[in-house]
Design a protein around this ligand. Structure first.
Ligand SMILES: CCCCCCC/C=C/C(=O)SCCNC(=O)CCNC(=O)[C@H](O)C(C)(C)COP(=O)(O)OP(=O)(O)OC[C@H]1O[C@@H](n2cnc3c(N)ncnc32)[C@H](O)[C@@H]1OP(=O)(O)O
Length: 663
């Protein structure tokens, strides 16, 4: 509000003062403007509206120049688009990211950008919200000059040089918005955007607003933009997306049960890292590290795997370099078949086969080969980090770094601290994650950590639903309509059915050839095991007949409630156990690692939006129907939150009271 008032007062003064011949608008401390203060959105917005004063800038009879340094995003870029000229520093980033917050650029962005750079380019920028470099902005035509020197000084010089020149062609509102074959273009774009949006409404509404720029005169288009924004502004999706924006930043401020925190623990400098194992995960991790400028020693002791891994890593690095127009990072990776090659690195990431005996041996060896202060990290997706730490001479230097496949693409990194992990080890792994572009979330040590532990009840419910009569397609369709890129069964096919099979075998759950539906004292569905054993893909009908199960019709509501609420219920247990510091950590893990639709905010935020009492009632209902399924038993924390009046999500911690209590 204060910034808006400042802009209004100063612009009015500058425009009306005859002594002033031209105007430069710049930001403070090297940043032009990051747009509206998102924290104001949930509240009553005070302060003056900006669009009228923005129009006063455009219609001024003296040149107004935007000096863009740092960022010009959202309302910040819209302000610049009302100026007559835009001078930009080469390192600046520009964009209209409102769509990522569930909104549209409603200070004229949807009406003005297409007039300036054409409809197709504006559609791309506004529906994706992507930030562009100054060079791309110049190429697209929405900045006038890119410079490397002092931007404000250059803008002042420029503003003085254009005094007295006609400004007619510089007023974007007066420009036409040509769009040949508009109907066909918008039909095609709408189809693509809907598909990509997976149920998110903002990208679709952005297309409608841009269409208004083509079909309506400017003033009416501006009005349409306001009407469409009103439908988004108070939507549940906008709230969810804005929650994600802040949660992503909350999780970087990690804490540990000991009270150690991000701001009290200094990371160790890391320049050289070893990756052990060149399977799928090791290859992706190597690529991610090398691309971020780290030196990598990649170790693989099996010759064929080494040849294939080396080729795959080089190909990925070459392709990425070509795509980005930079030189390849291939030279940063050194390969070796000997473990001794890791002797001088500062940090090791083990990514060998998911086998505890193998990992135990490896950690013992690493502990004697590496320097005493080398951090030893494991990419295990479920195994006990504390047990691995106990194999080494410095257990405080052992943490989990759980990447998600493909590791050079997926944004999530779970940093797992055992009870003995030193805060500096956690800080170093979190910092390394940040350097390689990951959203890193610090979590406690338990079977499956946060993400995979919650996936367990979700996947079991998906299988139980098939036992009871749903087809795999029905289950997947419900989940995909909810917004997941892939339902459970498609995801399992893609990641390989044998992955889960191996884990179940290690847990002693698999009994080859046996059909029993109770294992280790609880309901179990052996369908996945049978598929793997027999290589068959159309099992459910015959399986139900052999088990004497009577099929019933199952609708998508039941699929969603059973799969998602059981996953959420496990999330409450994780909070209760102190494995995650807060609901934001769980939500970011699911949004960035498991395809949870961002416009639904993550599982815990979703539960808060559905209503905790409704989630509890549904779990109680299903638990009565399936008393042999322990994961449907509502967690203590969920009950406690409901009996405390279901406080908003940012106040859950007050009810949990002792985060990290089990550690
Ligand atoms: C004055 C003109 C207003 C016209 C209003 C017309 C309607 C306009 C609507 C909009 O503009 S919607 C907002 C569009 N803008 C964005 O989405 C930008 C979001 N921010 C970013 O992308 C990045 O933060 C950044 C600006 C590129 C800076 O990145 P950096 O990595 O340097 O810092 P961060 O850790 O991300 O942020 C630091 C700190 O600042 C908080 N913050 C950042 N942007 C906003 C914001 N727009 N509103 C409120 N708070 C913001 C962020 O949460 C961090 O806070 P802490 O976590 O440190 O507390």
């Amino acid at each position: 509000a204060a910034v808006r008032q400042g802009i209004v007062d100063t612009v009015q003064k500058a425009v009306s003062d005859p002594q002033v011949k031209s105007v430069v608008i710049c930001g403070q401390n090297g940043i032009f403007c990051g747009g509206a203060d998102i924290k104001e959105f949930g509240k009553d917005i005070s302060g003056p509206p900006l669009v009228p004063v923005f129009h006063a800038i455009e219609s001024a009879d003296k040149p107004v120049v935007a000096a863009i340094e740092g960022s010009a995003l959202g309302g910040g870029l819209e302000l610049a688009l009302f100026c007559h000229y835009r001078i930009t520093h080469s390192k600046a980033r520009l964009g209209l990211p409102e769509v990522t917050l569930g909104l549209l650029p409603a200070a004229g962005g949807t009406q003005r950008l297409p007039r300036l750079i054409g409809v197709p380019a504006a559609l791309d920028l506004i529906t994706t919200g992507r930030h562009v470099t100054a060079a791309e902005a110049l190429k697209l035509g929405f900045v006038d000059q890119v410079i490397d020197q002092n931007t404000v000084e250059a803008a002042v010089k420029f503003a003085l040089s254009v005094v007295g020149q006609s400004l007619e062609s510089r007023r974007i509102s007066t420009l036409p918005c040509p769009c040949p074959d508009a109907d066909a273009l918008f039909e095609g774009v709408m189809q693509k955007v809907r598909q990509r949006a997976r149920g998110a409404i903002a990208p679709v509404t952005c297309v409608q607003a841009i269409q208004a720029a083509v079909t309506l005169p400017y003033a009416q288009g501006m009005q349409r933009e306001q009407e469409l924004m009103a439908t988004l502004f108070t939507s549940a999706q906008a709230r969810a997306l804005q929650y994600c924006f802040f949660s992503q930043r909350v999780v970087s401020r990690w804490s540990m049960p000991s009270g150690a925190r991000w701001d009290t623990s200094k990371p160790k400098p890391v320049t050289k890292v070893a990756v052990i194992g060149l399977g799928t995960m090791g290859r992706g991790i190597t690529v991610a590290l090398a691309q971020a400028g780290l030196s990598v020693v990649a170790v693989e002791t099996e010759q064929q795997q080494m040849i294939a891994g080396q080729r795959a890593v080089s190909d990925m690095l070459e392709r990425a370099a070509q795509r980005r127009g930079v030189s390849s990072a291939v030279y940063r990776v050194r390969y070796s078949m000997k473990l001794e090659a890791v002797a001088d690195v500062q940090l090791v990431i083990e990514a060998v086969f998911e086998d505890m005996v193998l990992k135990e041996q490896l950690f013992k060896q690493l502990s004697s080969i590496c320097k005493a202060d080398t951090l030893l990290c494991s990419n295990t997706s479920a195994l006990d980090i504390d047990h691995l730490a106990s194999q080494t001479r410095s257990p405080q230097l052992v943490v989990g770094m759980h990447f998600f496949a493909p590791a050079h693409v997926m944004k999530l990194l779970e940093v797992v601290h055992g009870p003995r992990s030193a805060p500096q080890a956690v800080a170093t792994a979190m910092e390394l994650g940040k350097r390689i572009g990951k959203v890193s979330v610090a979590v406690g040590n338990c079977r499956g950590f946060v993400g995979n532990r919650m996936l367990m009840p979700y996947s079991q419910e998906a299988l139980f639903l098939v036992e009871e009569g749903a087809s795999p397609e029905v289950v997947d369709r419900a989940l995909e309509e909810f917004g997941f890129p892939m339902g459970f069964f498609r995801m399992s096919d893609l990641s390989g059915l044998d992955v889960g099979w191996r884990v179940r075998k290690a847990d002693g759950l698999v009994k080859p050839g046996q059909m029993s539906r109770v294992r280790q004292g609880r309901r179990y569905c052996p369908l996945g095991d049978l598929l793997c054993e027999q290589g068959r893909f159309e099992l459910p009908r015959g399986y139900r007949a052999r088990q004497g199960l009577v099929s019933r019709r199952i609708d998508s509501k039941e699929v969603l409630e059973r799969c998602l609420y059981s996953l959420i219920n496990e999330g409450f247990r994780i909070l209760e156990d102190g494995i995650a510091a807060g609901p934001e950590d769980i939500d970011m893990i699911y949004v960035f690692g498991y395809g949870w639709p961002r416009h639904r905010g993550g599982p815990m935020f979703y539960a808060s939006q559905v209503g905790l009492d409704r989630v509890l009632q549904a779990l109680e209902h299903y638990q009565q129907l399936h008393p042999d399924v322990p994961h449907l038993q509502p967690s203590r924390l969920l009950r406690k939150l409901v009996s405390s009046g279901s406080p908003p999500i940012h106040r859950w911690k007050e009810v949990i009271k002792k985060p990290h209590s089990a550690l």
